[in-house]
Write a protein of this length. Structure first.
Length: 209
């Protein structure tokens, strides 16, 4: 049986067979039987490398943090996670630098510490009832690497150049043409959209269906 530890761009935790390319952490979300009992335990939602210094872990061990898995970095960012400052130190520093550049109005002269960024992301990803926070934007205002939902499709798409790539747990499907003037629902948190727009180039899975 598949464990309930795969994450969608909406931040939902589901059970599927497909493997991810990144691991994530929101604290301990499961009970002793390995069942997900909460969506979050802390404000710091991070994503990590699958292999770091040869560390071996028992997935969803009782009392330990819940290992979550993502298709790729674009998915993790859309779900509201940020790079880990330990296993992805250089990536984390790049994220903070670009997040700072894209969100100066939010900072109001303060330093972009991990705690400050986590607090902003906490407000941007979930609302009452643990439903996803989204924003309406025009496609022509979005940088590549953002995840969006369209009014005429149940599929989530990755913005990539002149195309929209349909997302799934296994990879990306046949692209559709990006209509610049279209209004879409943006799943990627607004401050992360700003960071991507300021030069944080999110890596996405190379596999296609």
């Amino acid at each position: 049986m598949s464990r309930q530890n795969r994450v969608t761009p909406y931040g939902e935790i589901v059970a599927v067979i497909a493997k991810g390319t990144l691991m994530g952490n929101r604290g301990c979300l499961h009970d002793d039987a390995g069942r997900i009992v909460r969506q979050s335990q802390r404000k710091a939602w991070i994503y990590c490398l699958l292999d770091f210094k040869g560390t071996k872990r028992t997935v969803m061990a009782p009392g330990n943090y819940t290992e979550l898995f993502f298709l790729d970095e674009a998915t993790a960012l859309a779900a509201g996670h940020r790079p880990c400052s330990e296993c992805q130190r250089s990536r984390y520093k790049e994220f903070v630098a670009r997040w700072t550049k894209g969100n100066r109005a939010l900072l109001q002269g303060k330093s972009a510490t991990a705690a400050l960024i986590d607090g902003v992301l906490h407000r941007e990803r979930l609302q009452a009832g643990n439903s996803k926070v989204t924003q309406k934007m025009s496609l022509n205002k979005l940088p590549d690497g953002c995840m969006v939902a369209l009014p005429d499709s149940p599929t989530v798409y990755l913005v990539h150049g002149a195309q929209l790539l349909p997302w799934s747990f296994e990879g990306y499907g046949k692209p559709r043409v990006r209509s610049p003037g279209a209004s879409v629902e943006v799943l990627t948190p607004s401050s992360v959209v700003n960071a991507i727009g300021a030069g944080f180039d999110s890596a996405w899975a190379v596999q296609f269906l």
